[in-house]
Write a new protein. Sequence first.
Lengths: 268, 212
Amino acid sequence: MAVNIARCEAMARVRWCSYFRKHPYATPRGPVIQKVQFTATEVAPDRDAVLEHQGIPVGTSVKDHIEELYQQAVELLAETISPAGIMCDISAEDFAGVYEGDGRNDGKTPVGDMFARADHLALFVVTLGERTCSEITERFAANDFAIACMLDAAASIAADQLAETIEGRFGQELADRGWTPDHGGVLRYSPGYCGWHISGQKKLFEFLDPGKIGVTLRDSFLMEPLKSVSGVIIAGPREIHKFPINFGFCKQCKTRSCRQRLRALYAS
Amino acid sequence: MDLLADLADGVINGNDQRVAEITKQMIDQGTAPKAILDDGLIAGMKVVVERFRVQDIFLPDVLLAARAMYAGTELLRPLLIKEGIPSIGKVVIGSVQGDLHDIGKNLVGIMLKGAGFDVIDLGNNVAPERMVQAAQEQGATVIGMSALLTTTMPAMRKVVEMLHQEGLDDRIKTIVGGAPVSDDFARDIGADAHGFDAASAVDRVKLLMNVS
């Protein structure tokens, strides 16, 4: 059978053009990975969230010494963090491979159900850097337990806040590219949650190479520095983010944060 | 002036300077170190833990109290060693192999010390062999293991199995904890106890060692 080279090239150009329209940061060599910088305001952790992390219910009137601990922790955090992020668009085809990982996911999962229905996907990793973790360790070693714990809480909240910020940045980029659905939803999901096995980190790291921002992965799939968050950002009709909480893995979940995020999505 | 009551108050209020001052004063006056420890420092921590349980105070207060208590125990330590006074029990703790998370483990260690236990903290990423070896070397009767990743939890089973294979499981008990760890998991691997938080971990260790 004679091969029509010209026709093949023309078809390839059509496919690439279609791909580029959807992924303007892509190149023939693959997706462009963006490094992302953050301002101090974007990293400042929410006070109520930090105190709640310490077991203090929201709305509790705290004594001066706890307020001082919180302020001290926030100051230490600002002195020690080096926030950074990395993100890239990914096609549903490519993400299928990342998501499948080592084949250890639960059979049916929210992310497994929703990514094929998304309009856009992006992988991301954000980190606060190593110095904050070292500071926490040093404070514990010095018997400065209260400030160590408060700093740890502040850093955990700040890391989540970074992830939320990069999620927002992706949403804004999509809007700038002309993605303005009536009821769109942009939410992130991470390996290790909701049935997406934590070994999914491996393929995510292979695709994204977060080593560029100093984040590495251990054999146990633990990220270093510890205060790092990774995942996929899924943008599409907001309905795709709705899922029931009657999966088997939901029984072990202690936070049910998926409900809170969905409520916020619909409220916005 | 009841110095023991003042000492306990110093712990309760998280005043490490005051605790150090009173401890030194009592040592200088010849008060028995064990009495200073049990009736001053540990007595104060007991009140703190009880108030924490009923949410009268919160974690930062417990940690400030622990720091204050340590200010006293550091001064007492050489005297207790010199007089050969044992703690109420020895516990080896560590985050399991592959896991670097240690906040929960640290909190358990702090509260165990606050209850009067001798705690050997092996740190994080501790191999199963090291945990068993340390418990034997130190004469510990409980190994406490922490994991925050499902991928590192299997190391807990290895420790339990090693203790069984070496015939040590009657003498050395195990307690496991961490966010992904459940009662079911603990039972499945043959661990002796599961602590779902730091305070319950201390209660379980006391039960394992038959101390009140």
